[in-house]
Design a protein. Structure first.
Length: 292
């Protein structure tokens, strides 16, 4: 019997922001003919994408960086002109593009990142492909293409682009989303490998949380709820300042305990979330369903 699906955990801030202000053009993922249909477990959500997409956009279009967790969106964030590339992307562009064409590619990359930010995934992919035809070694371009494919459920194509980006920039930025692509393709060996690399690299806490959730989801997919709970143990910690990735991990823990039959622990984690953000996803409904 397949594992039960549950509602996506999102904070009130994320709901208000409507997937990074995508209310101006948001579309639900389309069903694709390739690869074979696969139903994402909703408790894993597309959180890796949301934070990864925002990081990608932030690198392309310089903006004031609010002192907020990576999975929340500041209402005061303002847009600058699209040609203001972040320094690391601009440096990469200088190394890969002819000087005479740098300005054109800057504009196209920033426009593609902005389209991704707004949920216009097909537009983002189309815009960035014109750059990648001329600059195939532009890691940031492959990242945008990979995230656009990922958001529309084209797992193989997303994985291919993100693998190229990973090989070019040699960072851990792509691991969580890439692992989720392989999870969708049931390549659990590759999910394990990427999680091991991410864990050993010890990146920022939010990125670690994303990877941990995907890795735990892969174990749950295979029926190993005990292993998934063990992997999520670090996510049970209560920090001095609770951020969105803490709430997401608590939600996963609550759901795993619920599925394992431990109602008391499930109530505990859902209750911890409700104490911080009563509007987080369907936490109120989950608690009522557990008799609280």
């Amino acid at each position: 019997m397949p594992p039960r699906r549950v509602e996506v955990p999102r904070t009130a801030a994320q709901i208000r922001s409507a997937e990074v202000k995508a209310a101006r053009g948001f579309r639900e993922p389309r069903q694709q003919a390739e690869p074979a249909p696969w139903e994402r477990e909703k408790w894993i959500d597309d959180g890796p994408l949301r934070s990864a997409a925002r990081r990608a956009t932030a690198r392309a279009i310089q903006r004031p960086q609010p002192a907020e967790p990576i999975d929340s969106v500041s209402k005061t964030t303002r847009r600058r002109k699209s040609s203001d590339l972040a320094p690391d992307v601009a440096d990469e562009l200088v190394k890969t593009a002819p000087a005479a064409l740098a300005a054109k590619y800057k504009e196209r990359l920033a426009s593609a990142a902005d389209a991704l930010d707004r949920g216009r995934f097909d537009d983002a992919r189309r815009m960035v492909q014109s750059v990648l035809r001329d600059l195939p070694e532009m890691a940031f371009g492959h990242e945008i293409a990979g995230l656009a494919f990922y958001r529309t459920g084209q797992w193989r194509k997303a994985a291919a682009e993100l693998e190229v980006a990973r090989q070019l920039d040699r960072t851990l930025n792509h691991h969580a989303v890439l692992a989720d692509c392989y999870r969708a393709l049931k390549r659990y060996d590759l999910v394990d490998q990427l999680w091991l690399e991410l864990r050993e690299g010890s990146p920022e806490p939010a990125l670690m949380a994303e990877g941990r959730i995907v890795a735990a989801g892969a174990l749950a997919d295979q029926g190993d709820l005990k292993g998934a709970l063990k992997l999520m143990e670090r996510g049970a910690e209560v920090p001095k300042k609770v951020r969105d990735h803490h709430l997401r991990q608590w939600y996963v823990l609550g759901d795993l305990h619920d599925r394992s039959g431990d109602i008391i622990k499930a109530r505990r984690f859902f209750g911890m979330i409700a104490a911080v953000d009563p509007q987080f996803a369907d936490v109120a409904d989950r608690l009522r369903g557990l008799g609280r």
